[in-house]
Design a protein around this ligand. Structure first.
Ligand code: N7H
Length: 461
């Protein structure tokens, strides 16, 4: 079994949350920081605590409890530059972590980069990121809670404990969407449905394939790299990406390119196109199971929502090969039996940010307020996980087969145009032009989320 007291709480279970803030900072005085970190560690929530609090929230809800339980949870993670600032010289054996996300985004595709758009000079890109993420970020606090007030109080507590040893660079704050949209990302799709069942943490539901703990946690069974530093065990690489979503533009595109078929109204045709771009209906029902119409009962049943593997769909009639879901986890249906799918599983714990779409934006089809996803994922290996999924599958129009096209949701082509295919069941080979990015990267960093014991022994003095 895994030592759930030792694993930071956001990694496997994810914080329960209405709001979540990410506070990015530099370490300005390493000696002082190490001394002061001791007092911060008791505020860092482990997995056991998150499980207990999540249970309490559910009981409160089921017993008809009024309001939200006041709760806040905190985690801390460090970039490679942060380790360097602290004088921690151990190599974690992951070059993408060592070089950082800005380096990944600054390399051209030909040179192995993840193809964020930006100004290209020779083999270098100046990605069009928010200035915050072009600074040298050493570390981040992740704080989640039931209200912004609670989170702010916790952030004040944490930064005060570190006073004189850090410089705050900036924060990003996300919020769960209101009402029935809770749990849905800004395009309207139910999210967080297909996180992998990690062996030693939770049992698989029908259709789910168990993931070895070492795919998510360093030094555990299934980790593909032998870690030199003993403290690496039970740590995880944490990817942060601020991804702006052009929701009015996406909706207008779905309307203008609505699929046509007997008995399909225009609205149904655009819903169907959206579902075929994502691989699930907005409810979360998988289109491999429900190719013709939404089926909210499938979405609501944990033993149905992942009970599919595309092996019934070699022609992409049910779900396009390039659909976001099928690109990111081809299950058994990219190339049947494709090796290496299971080592690329990631745990996603993101949260939407920004306001709901206004009437003005909806009617003009033009974004006027920044919104999107504060994307978070955990894995033990960036070259198998995030970096690979983004670069080698989402951004590669020839995966799994030549001319399948880009992942229409997150596929990037630098500043170049994109197409995708398989979206129209009546013309599966037809290419659909994607006029712009619907998901625009605004920056991020690669961090390590150390185990609690590593924080105590290696990070604090
Ligand atoms: Fe995705 N979306 O709304 O379209 N994603 N994603 N993602 N994503 C998933 O099944 C979305 C992003 C994965 O196991 C769902 O849990 C959006 C990045 C993986 O079958 C929806 C953004 C990466 C899965 C979305 C975004 C991934 C997945 C269905 C950016 C990695 C599970 C909900 C703004 C590089 C696949 C669910 C599986 C599912 C959307 C980003 C990966 C609705 C809007 C950057 C592995």
């Amino acid at each position: 079994a895994l030592n759930l007291d030792n694993i930071q709480g956001d990694v496997l279970e994810g914080f329960p949350k209405r709001f979540e803030s990410f506070l990015f900072f530099q370490i300005t005085n390493a000696t002082l920081f190490r001394q002061k970190l001791k007092a911060v560690i008791p505020f860092i929530t482990n997995t056991t605590k998150v499980l207990a609090d999540t249970k309490a929230i559910n009981e409160h809800k089921n017993n008809g409890g009024k309001g939200l339980l006041k709760l806040s949870h905190a985690n801390i993670a460090f970039s490679a530059k942060g380790l360097k600032a602290l004088g921690i010289a151990d190599q974690l054996g992951d070059s993408f972590f060592t070089n950082g996300q800005l380096a990944d985004a600054s390399a051209t595709f030909a040179n192995g980069g993840i193809e964020d758009p930006g100004k290209v000079t020779g083999t270098t890109i100046d990605p069009a990121w928010d200035p915050l993420f072009k600074q040298e970020i050493h570390a981040v606090f992740i704080v989640a809670g039931e209200s912004q007030l609670t989170i702010n109080a916790e952030l004040v507590t944490l930064t005060t404990l570190l006073l004189g040893s850090i410089k705050v660079l900036g924060t990003e704050t996300g919020n769960v969407r209101p009402g029935n949209e809770a749990g849905h990302e800004p395009f309207g799709f139910n999210d967080g449905l297909s996180n992998p069942p990690v062996i030693g943490f939770r049992a698989p539901n029908t259709g789910e394939i168990p993931t070895k703990p070492g795919v998510i946690l360093l030094g555990e069974d299934g980790d593909s790299v032998t870690r030199q530093a003993p403290w690496a065990k039970d740590s995880s690489f944490f990817v942060f990406r601020k991804l702006e979503q052009r929701v009015p533009e996406f909706n207008l595109f779905l309307k203008q390119n609505a699929l046509k078929g007997p008995g399909l109204t225009a609205d149904q045709g655009s819903e169907l196109l959206g579902a075929r771009l994502v691989g699930r209906w907005k409810s979360g029902a998988p289109i491999d199971r429900d190719p013709l119409a939404d089926n909210p009962a499938d979405a609501a049943d944990p033993n149905k929502v992942n009970d599919f593997d595309y092996s019934d769909d070699p022609t992409e009639i049910r779900c396009p090969f390039a659909a976001h879901l099928r690109k990111m986890n081809p299950r058994n249906g990219a190339i049947p039996g494709l090796a290496g799918v299971q080592v690329r599983r990631i745990i996603r714990q993101g949260i939407p940010y920004g306001p709901e779409v206004t009437f003005d934006e909806a009617s003009s089809g033009v974004t006027k307020h920044s919104r999107g996803l504060l994307f978070v994922c955990y894995q033990s290996n960036l070259s198998l996980g995030f970096h690979f999924l983004q670069r080698t599958w989402a951004n590669n129009p020839n995966f799994p087969n030549a001319t399948n096209g880009f992942d229409p949701i997150i596929g990037q082509a630098g500043n170049n145009p994109r197409t995708t295919s398989g979206t129209d069941p009546n013309n599966l080979t037809g290419q659909l032009n994607l006029p712009q990015l619907f998901v625009v990267p605004k920056g991020g960093e690669y961090f390590v989320s150390p185990s609690i014991s590593a924080l105590k022994t290696t990070f604090a003095a």
